[in-house]
Design a protein around this ligand. Structure first.
Ligand code: G3P
Length: 220
């Protein structure tokens, strides 16, 4: 499973990239707005930090302008995945960009039918939003299960399931069990994955016993 982080905060991206666990980054207009910085500057900086796919979203809603924006974003770096919303114009734009050899991430997916359309439009990634479905009392993980099952029936569907709107480690673990290709998560969720109280208490006990020996590995 690939790990992307869902943020436009370049300090966070730099820090998590140094773990060697990061395979890519996703951004959206809300995340960019939070930084208070210029969109293209942020995207350029992220592409310099990370070699894997960096999703940058178009903000137009009509096909012609989306296409122009998508081409401009794709020209920033070879690892840009142009993000388009799951609308008729978005999928039309996806088809054209995919035919030009660009990676496209189709976002705001909330149904299996929408995911089938995105695969047929040549998307490199489909982004179903699990947390936002849970928020309205619908089971987000059921959607991931459905999409993974459907995509696996067809060799010609090469679209990767990129689980988005992840709110906690259980979303990620369940997605991994279902065979989702990618999980994009806030930096806080990635950090939560390391955590277990038995790891902390076990390490404290090992170190306390080691200190009693008075030894040092580097001085031995
Ligand atoms: O980037 C898309 C998605 O991950 C947003 O998550 O938490 O705003 O629903 P959230």
């Amino acid at each position: 499973m690939k790990f992307f982080i869902d943020t436009a905060d370049t300090a966070e991206i730099r820090d998590l990239a140094s773990t060697g666990l990061l395979d890519g980054v996703t951004t959206n207009p809300s995340l960019v707005a939070k930084t208070g910085r210029k969109f293209l500057d942020v995207v350029r900086e992220i592409c310099d930090i990370v070699d894997g796919p960096v999703s940058a979203e178009v903000t137009a809603t009509d096909h012609e302008t989306m296409l122009a924006e998508g081409r401009k974003l794709a020209a920033i770096a070879p690892n840009i995945a142009v993000k388009v919303p799951l609308t008729p114009d978005g999928l039309k734009t996806c088809r054209v960009l995919a035919n030009e050899g660009r990676m496209v991430n189709v976002t705001l997916c909330f149904s299996a039918g929408q995911a089938i359309l995105a695969a047929k439009a040549g998307a490199a990634f489909i982004s179903p939003f699990v947390g936002r479905l849970d928020d309205i009392s619908s089971d987000g993980m059921n959607l991931i299960d459905d999409i993974c099952q459907i995509y696996s029936q067809y060799d010609k569907f090469t679209t990767e399931v990129l689980v988005a709107s992840i709110r906690h480690p259980i979303h990620l673990i369940e997605s991994a069990k279902m065979g989702a290709h990618v999980a994009t998560m806030p930096p806080s969720v990635l950090r939560q994955l390391y955590k277990h109280p038995l790891t902390d208490s076990g390490l404290a006990a090992f170190l306390a016993d080691w200190e009693k020996t008075g030894q040092s590995i580097l001085d031995a």
